[in-house]
Design a protein around this ligand. Sequence first.
Ligand code: ZN
Length: 71
Amino acid sequence: MPGKRVRKAPFKACRNCHMLVPPEATRCPNCGSTDLTEDWKGVIIVIDPESSTLAKKLKIERPGRYAVLVS
Ligand SMILES: [Zn+2]
């Protein structure tokens, strides 16, 4: 599709809590960590952390968009 380009990493992920943040962000809005990386894989959208086993496994406590794997 002309004019529409898919970038490799439209988000950065927080190494501490896995939350996905905008590429221009320097600090995680969720946990306040500045340890952000573009090296992550998989997206999980958490709507209800209480009823998501993956959210529990990743220790996600708040609804949002997270990376499954962060290296
Ligand atoms: Zn964080």
